[in-house]
Design a binder for this molecule. Structure first.
Ligand SMILES: [Zn+2]
Length: 283
């Protein structure tokens, strides 16, 4: 019933597929960094940007990710007008933001909004690693907090895809505060028993891994993703030990109980739909 009600709303803005395709900077062919196979870019795109030979997961942009998840590509974006200010007058920050806006056609390193997946309403947040390395500044934090608040109001599950180098240094302590702000907003979801699913993609590091991306009721990662707080060298120097080769990968974290699942991208949508189905009360 809920499904039908939701479908009647026609307030969606559509992210056009052609525009999404135009944002991909690669040429006709590309080389897989893991197995070295030369692949047709079109084929890679058709295969959700996964190498057909070895299963390497290429970087996905936020619009591509949304397209691959929501029904008929229909997505209603939240807070698209929020843009970063330069609170510390950090050298070149505004210039770099402007460059990234032009390069990516995005206004910030995350897109939030709502759509349906197999008819189930969801709120989605998707970070884009092309924009300031997906770093978390005040706008990223604010968009996540607002999406979590809407999830509570509407009682829709919230699925958040992380791809981030961590906190945004150009915003100093303000970017660190986003860790507390997003965590508090997610705590409210928890108190109200609304589902939060975190998907960690390559890379999820620094303050993002130490806040919202590790706070899912269910934490899922894509295969081979780099996930960690500090870098390998810093940890090795601090603990004066050599770390295992697969340290800070999805598979290592799954083995050590920090993740619930590692799901290949081509199975991710089905897995998420199954999770949504399990958490939906039918009227
Ligand atoms: Zn490959």
């Amino acid at each position: 019933m809920l499904k039908d009600l939701f479908r009647k709303q026609k307030k969606y803005a559509t992210i056009p597929t052609e525009a999404t395709k135009n944002q991909v900077p690669e040429g006709i062919m590309q080389k897989c960094p893991t197995c070295g196979t030369i692949l047709l870019s079109k084929e890679v795109e058709k295969n959700e940007k996964v190498c057909k030979v070895c299963g390497y997961h290429f970087m996905m942009t936020a619009p591509e990710r949304i397209q691959s998840l929501v029904d008929d590509g229909r997505f209603f974006e939240y807070d698209s007008d929020l843009i970063s200010v330069d609170p510390l007058q950090f050298p070149d920050y505004q210039k770099k933001i402007k460059q990234d806006m032009e390069k990516t056609d995005l206004k910030e390193a995350i897109i939030t909004g709502e759509g349906t997946m197999d008819g189930y309403p969801v709120i989605l947040g998707v970070m884009d690693p092309r924009f300031r390395m997906g770093s978390m500044g005040s706008v990223v934090g604010e968009k996540i907090a607002r999406a979590a608040e809407r999830a509570v109001q509407k009682r829709f599950p919230f699925i958040l895809f992380s791809a981030s180098g961590g906190a945004r240094m150009q915003e100093g302590a303000l970017s660190l505060m986003q860790m507390a702000k997003t965590s508090a907003a997610l705590q409210k979801m928890n108190q109200n028993q609304v589902l939060f699913v975190s998907i960690l993609t390559n890379p999820t590091t620094g303050g993002v891994s130490a806040s919202f991306s590790s706070l899912g009721d269910i934490n899922i990662a894509e295969p081979g993703a780099l996930i960690g707080f500090a870098g390998r060298r810093v940890i090795e120097q601090t603990v004066r030990q050599k770390l295992p080769d697969d340290f800070q990968t999805s598979e290592f974290l799954l083995k050590h109980g920090q993740l619930d699942l590692v799901v290949p991208r081509l199975e991710l949508r089905d897995t998420l739909v199954k999770i949504l189905e399990l958490h939906t009360i039918r009227g």
